[in-house]
Design a binder for this molecule. Structure first.
Ligand code: ADP
Ligand code: MG
Length: 209
């Protein structure tokens, strides 16, 4: 049987990335090489094409396959990093069909740890981690403190706030780091795609769990 949750996650993520591809590309034109929107749209189009097969797998295997597809299709610096995020989340997923909020938090932590290790990066370096880390940290805190009311909108607020905080950072990783101080004053493209993914996925995940 196909996992309805996985289908909705993939459809939402692919639609969000597709409809914001030009915006992501414009952000990458300012401080990179202008391919981030194209890369992400290509990757999520392929994920959407495989949604039936992915959703038919157990959650753990489905997320790992989704991650592999992103590695192969997104390319650039962000493909292996987003691939690692989803593959590590898959490895940390429970055997049950529906993860609990605590499960999701542990999965997110594992995914973020994988991205940090793969990219040799930490928050503050103007990358996708400047959204992913505060989102994972806040999600863990809120779930552990059982602050479940409005969890989805609070996470969206944190993702948005964190995204805009990349504007004033100087890039220390990726192509934008070649610009040094000239990278200041621009939103990081990978942080933007991460915020878009968080926004599209949280609304599907939280009411279900
Ligand atoms: P490329 O830079 O190879 O053209 P993309 O344009 O697809 O790749 O992705 C660029 C984004 O990847 C950056 O905006 C940044 O968020 C993210 N990124 C680059 N290097 C790293 C890294 N070492 N760790 C985390 N994220 C990174
Ligand atoms: Mg690029």
């Amino acid at each position: 049987m196909q996992n309805e949750l996985m289908l909705r996650l993939i459809e939402g993520a692919a639609a969000t990335i597709e409809s914001h591809a030009e915006q992501l590309t414009r952000l990458d034109q300012a401080i990179g090489d202008g391919d981030h929107g194209i890369n992400m749209a290509r990757g999520f189009k392929e994920v959407a094409a495989q949604k039936g097969e992915i959703a038919a797998l157990p959650l753990s295997k489905g997320l790992q396959r989704l991650g592999m597809t992103l590695v192969m299709k997104v390319g650039g610096a962000s493909g292996p990093l987003y691939g690692t995020l989803f593959m590590e989340m898959g490895k940390a997923a429970p055997a049950t069909a529906l993860p609990t909020l605590l499960d999701l938090s542990a999965m997110l932590d594992a995914g973020v740890a994988g991205v940090k290790a793969r990219g040799k990066a930490e928050p503050g370096m103007k990358t996708m981690l400047d959204v992913l880390c505060p989102v994972a940290d806040s999600f863990r805190d809120l779930v552990n403190n059982e602050e479940i009311d409005g969890l989805d909108s609070r996470i969206i607020a944190i993702a948005g706030h964190s995204l805009h905080a990349t504007t004033m950072m100087e890039a220390k990783r990726g192509r934008a780091s070649f610009l040094g101080p000239r990278s200041v004053g621009h939103i990081d493209p990978g942080a933007c795609s991460s915020a878009l993914l968080v926004g599209s996925m949280i609304g599907v995940l939280v009411p279900q769990t």
